[in-house]
Design a binder for this molecule. Structure first.
Ligand code: PAF
Length: 285
């Protein structure tokens, strides 16, 4: 039987525990999440375990990164199940604060990263990356980890976090973990739970179309043509709308008109009412 997981609910209690571990010479890893955990999250915890003596996971549905018309209220919350799953993969501590503990009365600070946060999801979801950067800065400061693990599924988010960690001299080793996919290629996401059976079947076209676009790009097709063909293929497969399908520099996220170095193909599309994102590496031959 899996041991039950210790839970702390305030940043102060978290810092007290990690400071004790630091004094004992332990290397600490942090895995920030919004809960509703799936195999993708568990792969982050396994990677964290391989890089540290103790692993802290956070589960916090951060209101600051949701727009006024987004799914904050219906975002799945299942702490007891999440705690069991985390314990089963060797997590040592769960940080599960309330909104009030993270943002007490009078909270007035926003962390805003320019450049990498612009366009893509930053264009489609105004204020989203300010919310992400603010909560991640708080988590990194409170948990004082040596290493923190984030999924490459949220590729733009990962670049935003790398930037804030470097710019604010936080000094954490930020690790990106590969996307975990379902058998048909759909990237695992807590939001996949919103998909009806019909929409779930349509959603499988995302990785298929992206792989086809990637192959065309790597074979030397003009970027604009490959992206236009990809957008048309997504819509033909039943996707309701495409927020973006873009080729960007893998690190700076600068838009690319031709493939010359390590690049990333990124997509956001709506299937029914559900917004899904995905991305793939594109490498010139
Ligand atoms: O990727 C997520 O789940 C969230 O954006 C994060 C990094 C936990 C911040 O709330």
């Amino acid at each position: 039987m899996t041991q039950s997981l210790a839970i702390v609910r305030t940043p102060e209690a978290l810092t007290e525990q990690v400071d004790a571990w630091r004094r004992a010479g332990k290397r600490i890893a942090l895995v920030p999440t919004m809960g509703a955990l799936h195999e993708g999250h568990l792969s982050l915890v396994r990677l964290a375990r391989a890089h540290a003596d103790v692993v802290v996971a956070s589960v916090f549905v951060n209101p600051k990164q949701f727009g006024p018309t987004e799914d904050l209220d219906r975002y799945p919350r299942q702490e007891a199940r999440d705690a069991e799953l985390l314990a089963s993969v060797g997590c040592d501590l769960l940080f599960a604060p309330t909104v009030e503990a993270m943002y007490p009365q009078g909270f007035a600070t926003t962390v805003s990263v320019t450049g990498v946060s612009e366009g893509l999801c930053g264009g489609a979801r105004p204020g989203h990356f300010d919310g992400v950067a603010t909560v991640v800065a708080k988590l990194l400061i409170a948990a004082r980890p040596h290493v923190a693990v984030f999924g490459e599924k949220d590729y733009q988010q990962l670049q935003v976090i790398r930037r804030l960690n470097a710019d604010l001299n936080i000094g954490v080793d930020i690790l990106g973990a590969p996307i975990v996919r379902e058998a048909d290629g759909l990237a695992m996401s807590s939001r996949n739970a919103y998909l009806s059976t019909t929409d779930r079947a349509i959603a499988a076209c995302l990785p298929q179309v992206m792989a086809a676009v990637r192959d065309r790009l790597e074979a030397g097709a003009p970027v604009a043509d490959a992206l236009a063909a990809g957008t048309a293929a997504l819509l033909a497969a039943g996707v309701s709308s495409v927020d973006y399908l873009e080729l960007r520099d893998a690190r700076s996220l600068a838009p690319l008109e031709q493939l010359s170095g390590a690049a990333r193909l990124l997509v956001a599309a709506r299937v029914g009412a559900t917004r899904l994102i995905d991305n793939m590496a594109v490498t010139p031959r």
